[in-house]
Design a protein around this ligand. Sequence first.
Ligand code: CP
Ligand code: NVA
Length: 297
Amino acid sequence: MPLRHLITLDDLTSAEFRHLIGRATQLKTLATPYEPLKNKVMGMVFEKSSTRTRISFEAGMAQFGGSAIFLSPRDTQLGRGEPVEDSARVISRMVDVIMLRTHKHETVETFAAYSRVPVINGLTDRFHPCQLLADMQTYFEHRGDIAGKTVAWIGDGNNMCQSYMQAARLLDFQLRIACPDGFDPERELIQAAGDRVVISRDPRVAACGADLVVTDVWASMGHEDEQTVRREAFREFRVDAALMAEAAPAALFMHCLPAHREEEVSADVLEGPHSVVWDEAENRLHAQKALLEFLLC
Ligand code: CP
Ligand code: NVA
């Protein structure tokens, strides 16, 4: 089998994306132990903090009969300047799959170019494809196929937003992005998304009749020093009950978490009837198990 990676969702065809969603839901309900990765090892490189990504990959590997090694740049030679190219060649001779969460997207691309084994992007400054696998699984489980539906992205044109843009094309939904001027996603990605994506400056325009409303923190990891400026710029972009009232009555609310209550989302929306954030978080585990099976078996 040729070497496959998941660097962005564009590494998948539409059919493969749909397969992963369906398989994730099957794996979630497997009654008997299933250990397709017995004795396999995953290396996990984290330049940034994580709760969900680390635990879901580690638990998923254990449930599949394998194991995972947590690698922090603080404790490895990566943090002391050993080139990514060298690290990739060494680590990929010792483990069966590698997940990286890095500041720069290029680090994951370079790592993959020098790796002998599949590389998974566990979040970079530009994309968060694993989260989209879980988000889409969650939508399908609650509401069926997302093709032809409308998704409202409210807030920063960040790594999550940019993965939603790729998902819109692959799964054939309409994405309305509402972000303040100066916080748009990358221009080339907007062009690549074509008529699947529209940008506005008004959250109510984006949310109007939407089937799914999604937001994320206003200051992503690496932008902590912009907190104050961003809090001001995004003031009108909070997802609250009034904004959810603009969406379709059966609209779902998602957030990749961690969430900041009363910043990007009000507590009543996060804990309210539209919210599926806890299912979404759980599905990280199932979706990534489907991904590991897809890349390694
Ligand atoms: N949503 C997400 O990726 O969470 P963590 O940062 O906790 O991994
Ligand atoms: N956009 C956020 C997602 C965290 C899971 C960040 O990059 O910090």
